[in-house]
Design a protein around this ligand. Structure first.
Ligand code: IMP
Ligand code: MG
Length: 179
């Protein structure tokens, strides 16, 4: 076990207070990235005291997780990340907070940031439950980070390995898996 449910709850309460302070008096749309961020989003939105709504967006990446020294992540040219579900409303003029389970190489977030900025939101911020900065391939950071973790593969609290383990209440390191 890497992060317990109690640690997650305490940290999300803090993140909720910080987002509430930063967005005071403003409506906010939280955009969760399916499926991993669904559980984090559901807890985070209940930790803010704001005029809040939420949406989901879906992406899929081709082979980007089959790590190796020759791994290439040229998302811009190869179309490595693909949109599978768009948001249901325009985000133009809105305060958007993109909610991600984990920021790893930065490929997904870079793709989504470019896409969502195309909507011309009033503001754009990112909340990531977990951050693995040592894995970054593209220079991008989240505005709110729950926990910075080392280069290990984690499951639970929304994070999966082959779609399994998302329903674990705590976050675990999956033994024997190269992150
Ligand atoms: P990135 O595009 O490399 O930043 O990857 C982000 C996505 O990779 C996350 O939304 C997760 O779906 C997946 N991912 C990265 N690291 C892990 C992990 O340790 N466990 C489970 N999923 C992960
Ligand atoms: Mg994911």
């Amino acid at each position: 076990m890497l992060i317990t449910r109690d640690q997650i709850a305490a940290r999300i309460a803090e993140m909720g207070r910080q987002i509430t302070r930063d967005s005071a008096g403003e409506p906010v749309i939280f955009v969760g990235v399916l499926k991993g961020a669904a559980i984090f989003l559901s807890d985070l939105i209940r930790a803010v005291q704001l005029d809040a709504t939420f949406e989901f967006i879906g992406v899929s990446s081709y082979g980007a997780r089959t790590a190796g020294p020759e791994q290439r992540l040229a998302w811009d040219s190869s179309g490595e990340v693909r949109l599978t579900k768009d948001v249901d409303q325009s985000l133009r003029g809105k305060n958007v907070i993109l909610v991600e389970d984990i920021l790893d190489t930065g490929l997904t977030l870079t793709f989504l940031k470019r896409l969502l900025l195309g909507h011309q939101p009033k503001s754009f911020r990112v909340a990531a439950l977990l951050d693995k900065p040592s894995r970054r391939k593209l220079a991008i950071e989240a505005d709110y980070v729950g926990f910075t973790i080392p280069d290990v593969f984690v499951v639970g609290y929304g994070l999966d390995y082959g779609e399994r383990y998302r329903n674990l209440a705590d976050i675990f390191v999956l033994a024997g898996i190269e992150a």
